[in-house]
Design a binder for this molecule. Sequence first.
Ligand code: HEC
Ligand code: HEC
Length: 404
Amino acid sequence: MKKMYLLLLSLITIVVVLVSCSKRDSVVVAPSTSVTLTDPYAAIKANFGTEINPLSWTNYAGQTHPAYIVKDNGINNPIINAKATLGRVLFYDKSLSVTNTVACANCHKQEFAFSDSAQASQGVLGGTTDRHSMRLINTRFAEEVHFFWDERAATLEAQTTQPIVAHNEMGFSGVSGRDNLTTLLAKLQGIDYYKELFTAVYGDVNVTEPRLQECLAQFIRSIQSFDSRFDSGRAQVNNDRTNFPNFTTEENTGKSLFMTPPVFDANSIRIAGGLGCNACHRAPEFDIDPNSRNNGVIASISGANVDISVTRAPSLRDVVNASGNPNGPMMHSGVIKNLGTVIAHYAAGIVNNANLDAKLKPNGRNVQQLNLQAGESAAIIAFMKTLTGKNVYTDKKWASPFKQ
Ligand code: HEC
Ligand code: HEC
């Protein structure tokens, strides 16, 4: 009886071992054949190497920002890593232009805070822009939801496909024999890496305008810069107006001049107070007041006509680079080349016009004269240089993903 029992036990053991061995073999064989036959990311690997990995997307959604940054125009299109990554590819892809030569990044260069050092940017077939390119720093962290210098785009999403169809920018205008947006969508859908990316992100290969807008807007909203000296100071105090412990006396004086409204006499000449910048460029985001009218810079880029429609500025963060030099010429016309000229404009150069902001014409007739005192211009310039970060100029997640 005991012998029978042992025999049965060893028989069972042999069967169990055999079954588990054959199972293990089948597990090893199956996936290795399927991987070599169809790699769903072959074109992604060929074009982007390790820069883009659908099995482990780059982190855009998990970025943090300081607690005192509260304005946010992106709540209807929250950032998802896969979509922001697709936005990154689109932003750097010259296929979005009729000549395959111009990407968004041609005019929005990371090294210049996603603006351009040229006064007018080069588009396709000799086209140039009518206005200066805008920095794309902290675009998400603003109350104003309209985009472009004249706020003609109702949302950032609506903005993102405008350069594609602009005749002088990326050229899919549909006029003078040029292709239109429908042709571009079909063109992109035929590109192997978009077949893989759209499938990974949306579950199918369809390239549509809303998808381009959603992804481009997420990528742009992901571009953030909060490692400035302003931020390390602001983190140590309770509000924007207190002196910052990490600032020089001159920088704190400049901050106070920026934040404090001027006091004017009956002729609109400043007799006390600060320079009033914060009324329109509001700390700590330094976003434009949605109700601002123009600031009295009314030249056009060509000088040929007057442009009074400009009521928006990008955040004043990163208006200069880490060396203190402007990230390109300033204002919609690019006529102002340095911060000294900016201050001189607000002090005594404002041109009266029908769309001038009332704050700059305090008595209703005369434009303001800031009557600058010794050291005031230097102090406010020193302060504006504290608004510049470091990481945003070099972080690879905002750089081109293309191998070449
Ligand atoms: C040929 C140069 C050029 C190209 C290419 C270009 N832009 Fe621009 N971009 C500009 C100029 C110039 C402006 C300001 C135009 C205006 O306000 O009239 C601008 C403005 C913007 C703004 C508004 C920023 C703000 O704060 O209001 C965004 C966002 C933007 N571009 C994103 C893009 C995207 C996305 C692409 C690619 C699909 C792109 N741009 C392609 C030159 C260019
Ligand atoms: C009444 C609102 C208002 C006030 C006050 C104001 N600005 Fe502006 N600012 C604007 C507008 C609008 C623009 C965009 C004008 C343009 O491009 O034509 C602008 C543009 C700028 C620019 C260029 C931004 C760029 O991206 O090219 C700088 C720098 C600037 N302002 C600094 C200041 C400083 C410093 C002060 C205080 C001395 C100040 N501003 C006061 C509304 C204002």
